[in-house]
Ligand binder design. Structure first.
Ligand SMILES: [Zn+2]
Length: 120
């Protein structure tokens, strides 16, 4: 039996998109309370009944999310532009080597906007 499950993480960070026109709201220094849904997909272990223990997911992903918490995202190494699109890709690159069953990163920048990345 294959299942898809996800766990939510949060971080607070500032950024500015200084490549945009000066009258664009994202040009100004501002912050977000980001929510990140980390989704995994795969076969359920018949012994445990889990795809992965949520505690294991937290042990792997928590320290990576912590690298972004209370940071100015423009200063994060390997993040060329601090858009949700690039943050999702950055998180994928950090998490995937430690979590091969990773299948999707969804980052919610605001209550109404989100970006999904599946490694393509
Ligand atoms: Zn923003």
């Amino acid at each position: 039996m294959k299942v898809r499950l996800s766990k939510d993480f949060h971080f607070e960070a500032s950024h500015r998109l200084d490549h945009l026109p000066k009258d664009h709201p994202c040009y100004q220094l501002h912050g977000h309370g980001y929510r990140v849904a980390v989704e995994v997909y795969g076969e359920v272990d018949p012994q445990t009944g889990f795809l992965i223990d949520y505690a294991e997911l937290k042990r792997i992903v928590g320290p990576i999310i912590a690298q972004l918490d209370h940071r100015h995202l423009n200063d994060v190494e390997g993040l060329p532009v601090s858009t949700a699109e690039h943050i999702a890709c950055w998180l994928w690159k950090q998490i995937k080597p430690h979590l091969p069953i990773l299948s999707r990163i969804t980052i919610y920048e605001t209550a109404t906007t989100r970006c999904e990345y599946t490694g393509e």
